[in-house]
Ligand binder design. Structure first.
Ligand code: SF4
Length: 254
């Protein structure tokens, strides 16, 4: 956990809280200190949900990519269960590849997310074999981060944030994935100047967030923030960041 007072505190009586209260919701006049304060507040919420995840088990890159496909449909817990269900039902990823998506989905759930995810996964596995003539991504371990990202981005439905998720969670690269949700939320929290998931914003966030907590911070974005910080009409009343978010105060004004 963050040491009390380290890189900003979260106590309303602490001097840092005044920075938050004085913040411009457009994010245009924030000092670096205020941005870091907000990044630390967000990190604290992530650590309360997930802990530091220091001793977590590392998954093979393809397993992580498939798990990450589920992350953006359902909760992290449900996604982990879905990965386990697939591994129990099918002998290996090659068997999933040659199966009909509806058959894959039936091993998971009758909910629409299961069919949607299964279609993406089967397509991804087919393209993996077509491009690389194999049903794993273990060769990524032998590449640089940039090379591994490029290989992943060649696969269907693998944009840069998803590729970066595999770099962070499977290949242990110090990369903070920045999806449209991450950028939008950081903008609304006053951490970024604009809500776009650009490489420049990713660089800025990587400097503001503590590298050792990239994993819980990223999972917090996938699991909690993505479901409530919607592009239109964000569900601020359900969001754990609301007490620290200047946009929540703005959204709640009559
Ligand atoms: S409080 Fe509202 S605007 Fe702020 S991060 Fe949460 S959902 Fe987004």
């Amino acid at each position: 956990m963050l040491a009390p007072g380290a890189r900003g505190g979260y106590d309303r009586a602490a001097p840092g809280f005044q920075i938050l209260l004085d913040m411009d919701v457009t994010g245009k006049v924030l000092s670096k200190k205020a941005r870091r304060y907000q990044a630390d507040a967000l990190t604290q919420c992530a650590l309360e949900c997930f802990g530091t995840l220091k001793g977590r088990k590392m998954r093979a890159p393809l397993n992580q990519l498939i798990l990450s496909t589920f992350y953006h449909e359902v909760s992290v817990r449900r996604a982990t269960r879905a990965l386990r269900q697939l591994k129990r039902t099918f002998a290996d990823w090659n068997e999933v590849r040659v199966s009909h998506p509806a058959e894959v989905a039936s091993a998971l759930s009758s909910a629409p997310w299961a069919l949607h995810s299964s279609e993406r996964i089967v397509w991804l596995l087919r393209e993996l074999v077509r491009f690389h003539h194999r049903s794993d991504l273990d060769f990524l371990h032998d590449l640089t981060a940039q090379q591994a990202r490029s290989c992943l981005e060649c696969l269907p439905n693998v944009p840069r944030p998803l590729a970066d998720e595999v770099l962070l969670l499977s290949l242990q690269e110090a990369v903070l994935p920045v999806s449209a949700t991450t950028a939008r939320t950081c903008y609304r929290m006053g951490i970024l100047d604009n809500p776009r998931p650009t490489v420049a914003n990713q660089k800025q966030l990587q400097e503001l967030f503590d590298e050792q907590y990239y994993v819980p911070v990223h999972l917090f974005f996938c699991d909690r923030v993505e479901k409530c910080c919607l592009p239109e009409a964000p569900l601020c009343e359900e969001c754990g960041l609301a007490p620290k978010c200047p946009s929540a105060r703005q959204n709640n004004q009559p």
